[in-house]
Design a protein. Structure first.
Length: 178
């Protein structure tokens, strides 16, 4: 799919690092468009009847990444949905290529300071090992260095440091100008 083909029956997929606002922005964007909202992590947790940290602990990362891949493949035929992905999803199994071929992708790009402060506020809910919290900014910078080349392939990049209202305005403006 390319940006010129964005229509009312589109799948919009949000990518970015954990804490960038994918779920928050996604819910508001879906409401504004009259679309359904789906969070891939919630889909996986519901299907597995386990939290993401418990899936990692019990089965390992490879198993989880395969679950993400299968989940996104199932969602790609959907329309009128906004999907928030897990932060690592675009990196594995050519998922970013699949997303770009079948959806309108938006990268919510936030800086290290914004991400670390958001993750510290929600540290109990996030998939971050306790020993990483002490060096969270370095962790974020190192992981983003790896993931940025995947995230940056999204059709649209928006400022994840901005307020929810500002990000939504940026997205709606970009869609209106297609």
């Amino acid at each position: 799919m390319n940006m010129q083909n964005l229509s009312k029956s589109t799948l919009i997929v949000l990518v970015g690092f954990m804490g960038s606002g994918k779920s928050t922005i996604g819910k508001h964007l879906a409401d504004g468009l009259g679309y359904a909202f789906i969070d891939t992590d919630e889909v996986i947790e519901s299907a597995q009847k386990l939290s993401i940290p418990n899936i990692f602990e019990k089965y390992g990362e490879d198993y989880f990444r395969e679950l993400e891949h299968q989940t996104i493949k199932e969602l790609l035929s959907s329309t009128n949905k906004v999907v928030a992905t897990g932060g690592g999803l675009p990196v594995f199994h050519d998922n970013m290529i699949l997303l770009n071929e079948n959806s309108f992708t938006i990268y919510i790009k936030a800086d290290t300071d914004t991400l670390s402060s958001r993750l510290m506020l929600n540290s109990g809910k996030r998939l971050i090992a306790v020993n990483i919290i002490d060096d969270l900014k370095n962790y974020i910078e190192n992981v983003i260095k790896i993931r940025e080349r995947y995230y940056s392939k999204a059709y649209l990049t928006v400022n994840g440091n901005a307020t929810v209202v500002e990000v939504l305005e940026e997205i709606h403006q970009a869609i209106a100008n297609l």
